[in-house]
Design a protein around this ligand. Structure first.
Ligand code: AMP
Ligand code: MG
Length: 426
């Protein structure tokens, strides 16, 4: 049986999160094509199978030369060389640059033997930069170059055998492109966690249904679904479940049938009269209520149903969202295999004084660059309208959550606090 929250010890947010995360193992590994691997988390370290670049090549369109030949080159006294070959990008090197010779070369083309620099076409008398023009028979060079100039040496970026990406890395577009250059066409990644989501409450209607007396539209299914996908999970929408034992039971059953890795509900877990979710979860699992020292945030319901982790978030849309960001997002990240499930906070300066009640408090805020006449350099945070936990608009207006540590009752304008950006700060 879940304990009455009022008789449980008060857990710090950090302790509650650590206890919760300890119950989420990493997802098993699957291999996916590189084109489908974006946003996933690498499950194994990747070692380079070859050098990058794989061969020394030119970083300019120009002429591969021997620097010894062009030491004396000046604009008024060019050194002229015989052009013995032409190397477009994508072709193997043919020919060697001998004394008094040059080979025309394109950006990315392999450096021919004998050459130790590339003279950019701008420093020559050859003005035929447009494609299709044949190489000249003779080229005159206006400027000396040091050895190695305009050459990208082999293995400048990556050496064969080097560990280039470690297990636990998020595969962003940059990593995907990098893996492609390394010839890695499939990536071992953790399976995406499947998160079943349902909203409970007799007052809730889907967005399409017109409101009736006492009814409101469901927000949490939509918000939580988006947050799950943003965190890298797959959202399985089970819809709105009435405050009814049988309905909650079949929703939980459906989550099991659909092979969920986590069941996420909102509302219906308070100690109020209609806490059906709690009773049903306990029929075939266990549910704990944790009194977490945070605001907003009622007791967090955490447990399992048929061995699938279950998190019951508060019903108020702001509380549900913040509860998700504090507890569920790191759980999804942990399951996804991400190396660090801590969200990186940034430091911001309070643009106004704030009050708190001593619990760890998450305030909706708007962060902006310091104004032209501001003295400091820090990002400045101001509160976003009404902080009531039913007012979802405040979260729409906010671009960050300020984290006021426990034990703090007030802070003056100018104090530095930690903040979680909610997406990009524009
Ligand atoms: P409860 O946790 O059931 O006591 O709900 C707390 C408050 O959140 C009540 O005002 C509910 O109407 C509201 N609420 C619960 N679920 C949702 C939801 N999915 N979307 C919007 N508001 C909700
Ligand atoms: Mg309710």
């Amino acid at each position: 049986m879940g304990a009455n929250p009022d008789t449980q010890p008060l857990l710090s947010v950090g302790a509650a999160r650590a206890r919760l995360l300890a119950r989420f193992p990493k997802q098993p590994v699957e291999t996916v094509k590189l084109t489908r691997a974006g946003g996933r988390v690498l499950a194994e370290t990747i070692y380079a199978q070859f050098d990058l670049p794989p061969f020394a090549n030119s970083s300019m369109d120009g002429f591969a030369v021997r620097t010894a030949d062009i030491q004396a080159a000046r604009p008024d006294q060019p050194v002229c060389l015989r052009v013995v070959a032409d190397i477009p990008a994508g072709m193997a090197v043919e020919g060697v640059v001998g004394a008094g010779e040059a080979i025309r070369i394109m950006t990315g083309a392999p450096l021919p033997e004998g050459a130790d620099a590339v003279v950019p076409v701008e420093n020559t008398d050859f003005s035929g930069r447009s494609g299709g023009l044949p190489a000249p028979e003779v080229v005159c060079i206006y400027k000396a170059e040091r050895a190695g100039a305009n050459i990208r040496p082999r293995a400048e970026d990556v050496r064969t055998g080097e560990a280039v990406l470690s297990a636990g890395s998020l595969l962003r577009p940059m990593e995907i492109g990098f893996l492609s250059m390394l010839g890695v066409s499939e990536a071992p990644v953790h399976r995406q966690p499947r998160v079943a989501i349902f909203s409970t409450g007799d007052e809730l209607l889907p967005v399409e249904a017109p409101l009736g007396p006492g009814k409101i539209h469901d927000a949490n299914s939509y918000t939580l679904g988006g947050l799950v996908e943003q965190a890298g999970g797959v959202a399985i929408q089970l819809g709105i479940i009435p405050d009814d034992i049988q309905a909650v039971r079949s929703a939980l059953q459906k989550a099991v049938t659909l092979k969920s890795d986590l069941i996420l509900s909102s509302a219906g877990v308070s100690v109020g009269a209609f806490d059906f979710v709690r009773n049903v979860v306990e029929e075939d699992g266990a549910l704990d209520f944790w009194r977490v020292n945070m605001r907003p945030g009622k007791p967090l319901a955490f447990g399992s149903y048929q061995n699938i982790p279950f998190v019951g978030l508060p019903g108020n849309p702001v509380s549900a969202t913040i509860g998700f960001l504090v507890f569920v997002r790191p759980a999804i990240w942990t399951m996804s295999g991400l190396r660090d499930s801590n969200y990186q906070a940034i430091r911001v300066e309070l643009g106004e004084a704030i009050e708190s009640d001593g619990r760890e408090t998450y305030l909706r805020a708007v962060i902006s660059q310091p104004g032209a006449n501001a003295s400091g350099q820090a990002l400045v945070a101001r509160l976003a309208s009404h902080q009531g936990s039913g007012n979802l608009r405040s979260l729409v207006l906010a671009n960050a959550l300020l984290i006021i540590p426990s034990g703090v009752k007030s802070l003056p304008a100018g104090a530095m606090v930690e903040a979680w950006p909610l997406g990009d700060l524009h």
